[in-house]
Design a protein around this ligand. Sequence first.
Ligand code: GTP
Ligand code: MG
Length: 334
Amino acid sequence: MNDQVAQITRKKNTIRIYGAGGTGVAITAALDQYAGKQAPGFANILTTFIDTSDSDLPSNIDPAKLYLFPELDGSGQERAENHPEYQARIKEILQKHRPSDLNIIITSASGGTGSGLAPELIAELLQKDHNVIVVAVGDAATRKFARNSRATLKSFMGNVAVTKHSLAVFYAENSRLVSEAKINEKIEQLVTVLSILYSGENRRMDSKDLYKWLRPTTVDGAPMLTALSIVEGSTDYPTNIGQVVSLATLTNDRENAAYPEMVDIQFTGFPDNIDREVSEWPIHFVLSDGVIAPAIDRLTKTIDELEENRQARLAPAKILDSSDVVGSSGIVFD
Ligand SMILES: Nc1nc2c(ncn2[C@@H]2O[C@H](COP(=O)(O)OP(=O)(O)OP(=O)(O)O)[C@@H](O)[C@H]2O)c(=O)[nH]1
Ligand SMILES: [Mg+2]
């Protein structure tokens, strides 16, 4: 009897990472080292690289992991540029790179390709009721980046409205205070802890629990766009994320795993099979409702400020004046 119990092994889950556009590809390339490793306590990782141009692709990408749009060469920061092409190819992409137990889409929100493609990919996955988390990196360094970032965040709400499925977004923003490298590192750590959460190997947490965790609704039962925050250790709780609507916690038996707020949906699991230290326990996976709308407001403020600056800029000093005689080629004689 005891022997039989000891032989129970839980089924290991698989996570598919779709890295779309330059940022998505760069971060997915860093995560590719974990692909196919079958590490105890972690989900299997599968990686897919999607882009319209080969300019950001690392030279050593396995062609089996790549979806490069035929006949396109970048989007030049225009989200609408290749949109019909994305719509036409989504089913093909997902047939070649099949969804898994959890699907993580990584993209910039500010560029043209990844942020134009991601909403199409998300809609298709949500319509089939797959588990989806989107990781989006915004940027407000230029008016174009800020406008793209704002439209991308709005598209995620559009995905929820159209598919009537809840969606969780991990949103980070490049800035003078937080470098691209720091943000990439943070996202790599995020995927690492998500791969523990979705390993399928946590005691007292099964796939039904995670299915529910990822699909919180409003009190009226409407689907929600929520933001994912990770809280590691039990000291530093975020205060500016709005109301917590769904919580999953991983902990070991020795650490107190209480979260300081009452939450309607809460699941706790015990990852007792991990062979390396990855984090402080507990790890709280927090879905809340107060991150995306304020981020959109901040982007709007930046866009308005940058527009004002542009209008206020002095007209450049004149080079030609009315006394100059300009020949047919444009030539000017003294
Ligand atoms: N955090 C982070 N940001 C990046 C990285 N590479 C580019 N960015 C930022 O992402 C934005 C540009 O988006 P990309 O992801 O390169 O755009 P894309 O999806 O390839 O779309 P295109 O406009 O067609 O090239 C800018 O705001 C860059 O500062 C990266 O590796 N990490
Ligand atoms: Mg690009």
